[in-house]
Ligand binder design. Structure first.
Ligand code: DOR
Ligand code: ZN
Length: 428
């Protein structure tokens, strides 16, 4: 279904009078009111908002190794339905994405899927073992052109190794995305350390275990003059530290997940493992600090940390269940729900498309809505509410914490280089 498409009656970034937007040859070729349909396929999108296609810096696609939980095919379809035109696929697969061979395999699977672009993330250390640096340069030079490196799921806790990795990626403008979790402070941790963990008698994961690593890494990044990205910040103290580091000129960026913007640790009282996630859900005060940090730009972006898990890994007792939540199909609506009064559509485009593309050095995504730009686009109906149904999702897993929740906006169409991947809220 390539060819030319005419998006009729959309509001760019939700601003100004509605216009028509023509896509052809993979690009935006015309923007004006009342364009003739001509040879284009017309789509009546009156009342809808046009945004640059969303970009996720943090997705777990599980392939290779756990195709029972997700595949590149199902995960990228979920991404397209959520309005994403590109996702970064985390390296904690089996085998780990720590060589040119594995990152090229994931990249190729993404190309074949056709639902959205896949930018593989390379592991920082061999096998996520935390001991020996992986061949970052080879992954950067591979067909996958890796620019983001992360041991996500695990922290690069060795300070000397972290320093060397930060130094190394400077050569190709890469970035280290750190999962900030001091391992010794989180031994056996099950949930946020606080009043709820004491009441439930579950081992706590203290805020300081995240904050200590963020403080250390900001100092290291400043010392060697390299780029650091902090994954899924979850505490008020983390926001404060990142604000401090940015004020000092450290080249640090940070992400927050949709779930950390709305859910709190008292949900552990249900003992429902759908609420078990790493880093854990925190307190209402943390949620407020994260929202404020995202609004004022201290926290640069939203990233989903979409973490699908097979039933047998999630429907266990709390202590044995795997941490993680799916998020691609609900991300935009959850963020609008949480931030609607503090971020307009320009702000949403900035935090979910433009900045993540820039951090990942992803070309052709997160670009302005302008003639000549690549037609990687998302169309949102700002008035269409919907109720999340875990069974009606494209992801192969059903561990969404938002099942049954009514959300305020819906992605109705997604275009990848001018070709629809989603139309009328369904796969095109
Ligand atoms: O909850 C999480 N799940 N946090 C992580 O860091 C890893 C992820 C996973 O891979 O399941
Ligand atoms: Zn992580």
């Amino acid at each position: 279904m390539s060819g030319s498409h005419l998006l009729q009656g959309v509001q760019l970034y939700g601003e100004g009078a509605p216009v028509d937007v023509r896509l052809d040859g993979g690009r935006i070729v015309e923007i004006a009111a009342g364009l003739p349909v001509g040879d284009s396929r017309a789509h009546d999108l009156a009342g809808c908002v046009l945004l640059p296609g969303l970009v996720d810096l943090h997705t777990h696609l599980r392939e290779p190794g756990r195709e029972d939980a997700e595949t590149v095919e199902t995960g990228t379809l979920a991404a397209a339905l959520g309005g994403f035109t590109a996702v970064h696929a985390m390296a904690n697969t089996d085998p780990v994405a720590d060589t040119a061979g594995v990152v090229e395999q994931v990249w190729r699977l993404g190309q074949e899927s056709g639902h959205c672009d896949v930018a593989p993330v390379g592991a920082v250390t061999v096998g996520l073992g935390g001991e020996q640096m992986a061949e970052l340069g080879t992954m950067a030079d591979s067909a996958a052109r890796v620019r983001v490196f992360s041991d996500d799921g695990k922290c690069v806790s060795d300070a000397s190794l972290m320093r060397r990795a930060l130094e190394y990626v400077k050569a190709f403008d890469g970035v280290i995305a750190q999962h900030a979790q001091e391992p010794r402070l989180t031994d056996g941790a099950q949930m946020n350390e606080g009043v709820v963990s004491s009441r439930l008698g579950l081992t706590g994961w203290p805020a300081v275990a995240e904050e200590a690593i963020i403080a250390r890494d900001c100092l290291l990044a400043g010392h060697v003059g390299s780029r650091l990205h902090v994954c899924h910040v979850s505490t008020a103290g983390s926001v404060e530290l990142i604000r401090w580091a940015k004020d000092r000129g450290v080249d640090v960026t940070a992400e927050v997940t949709p779930h950390h913007l709305v859910l709190t640790d008292d949900l552990a009282e249900t003992y429902d493992p759908v609420y078990k996630v790493n880093p854990p859900l925190r307190t209402a005060a943390d949620v407020e600090a994260l929202r404020a940090g995202l609004a004022d730009g201290t926290v640069d972006i939203v990233a989903t940390d979409h973490a699908p898990h097979a039933l047998e890994d999630k429907e266990a007792e709390w202590g044995a269940a795997s941490p993680g939540m799916t998020g691609l199909e609900t991300a935009l609506a959850v963020v609008v729900d949480a931030m609607g009064d503090r971020l307009d559509w320009r702000g949403i485009a900035d935090r979910l498309s433009e900045k993540p593309a820039r951090i990942g050095r992803l070309e052709g995504h997160g670009r302005p809505l302008a003639v000549g730009e690549p037609a990687n686009l998302t169309v949102v109906d700002p008035g269409r509410t919907w109720v999340v149904d875990a069974k009606q999702m494209a992801t192969r897993s059903s561990n969404t914490p938002f099942a049954g929740r009514e959300l305020p906006v819906r992605v109705v169409a997604t275009f990848l280089r001018g070709t629809p991947t989603v139309l009328d809220g369904a796969p095109a």
